[in-house]
Design a binder for this molecule. Structure first.
Ligand code: CP
Ligand code: NVA
Length: 309
């Protein structure tokens, strides 16, 4: 077992701004390099490295993009659903993390509860990557920053509007606003605001976060409008959420209030007719499929960092 702590990728607020910037720069370079990443961009340890992925919730993008990323970097993957493991029969997370760390070089976990991820990280002796929890989705937002920068240049100093639920994806956007130094304008109903402890953290860090219940105010003049599903995996109050979030749907009328060349982002899966109209997601301002593709490039950079580049 190594005496140094593994490089976990748990949340955007837990790494330094310099590390995050360097991962995004590597992601841009990985994208330019294409399928065959030059050896000088990679840690030696990645050749033949094995990533195990554990999914407690469904996934299309995270599952396939991590699998392809690892293979293109020269490594291999093992994919598990939680029901495949002895955890379902009562084996502890701590023991599972310690055992898997003896076999593989990195672990990616999509967990129902963030606490599971933290417990895993405490006991894993190889890097652990957050592949989404109920609290955050940092890999997604690293890809989103790559996507924004392709369209608009360096994100620092720009203005991003989030409209909708203050959910896991929103939380990682808030972390990113501080770390990448951009303004985040947040439009959501009072009862679906992000966790107040995050607002406190942003204020301590002197970040720029505006929270309003007025979608038009959030979007006004923004360089990018972002939303996500109104009902996340695990949410039990679909009817209430849909009623509360109706005024936050991203329509063409709302997009017109954003800056002239604003882009539209959505992590997908999208529910057209709820959080976004067909016209917006299929329209000229939408970059959602670049965003989905950039999961691959961003995660190559995350894996390279975790494994020592
Ligand atoms: N955006 C995202 O994480 O998609 P999946 O749930 O399909 O992985
Ligand atoms: N907020 C969504 C994101 C899916 C990628 C969810 O947690 O279901």
């Amino acid at each position: 077992m190594s005496s140094t702590s593994p490089r976990h990728f748990i949340d955007i607020n837990l790494l330094t701004a310099a590390t995050l910037r360097s991962i995004v720069d590597t992601a841009h370079a990985m994208k330019r390099a294409g399928k065959r990443v030059p050896a000088k961009m990679l840690p030696n340890s990645i050749a033949d490295a094995i990533l195990v992925m554990i999914f407690e919730k469904p996934s299309t993008r995270t599952r396939v993009s991590f699998d392809v990323a690892m293979r293109q970097l020269g490594g291999q993957t093992i994919m598990l659903n939680d029901t495949d493991l002895q955890i379902g029969r009562g084996e502890s997370i701590a023991d599972t993390a310690r055992v898997l760390s003896r076999y593989v070089d990195a672990i990616m976990l999509r967990a129902n509860s963030h606490e599971t991820l933290i417990e895993f990280a405490r006991h894993a002796t190889v890097p652990l990557i957050n592949g989404l929890t109920d609290v955050s989705h940092p890999c997604q937002i690293m890809a989103d920053i790559v996507t924004f920068e392709e369209a608009k240049g360096p994100i620092a100093g720009h203005s991003i509007a989030w409209v909708g639920d203050g959910n896991n994806v929103a939380t990682s956007w808030i972390h990113a606003a501080v770390q990448f130094d951009f303004e985040l304008r947040f439009g959501c109903p009072d009862s679906l605001r992000p966790d107040p402890t995050i607002e406190k953290w942003v204020n301590q860090q002197k970040g720029r976060l505006l929270i309003t219940d007025d979608a038009a105010e959030a979007v006004r003049g923004a360089d990018c409008v972002v939303t996500d599903t109104w009902v996340s995996m695990g949410d039990k109050d679909e009817k209430r959420r849909k009623a509360l979030l109706q005024p936050y749907a991203v329509t063409e009328t709302l997009m017109q209030k954003a800056g002239k060349d604003a882009i539209f982002m959505h992590c997908l899966p999208a529910y057209r007719g709820n959080e976004v109209t067909d016209e917006v997601i299929e329209g000229p301002q939408s970059v959602v499929f670049d965003e989905a593709e950039n999961r691959l490039h961003a995660q190559k950079a995350i894996l390279a960092w975790c494994l020592g580049a």
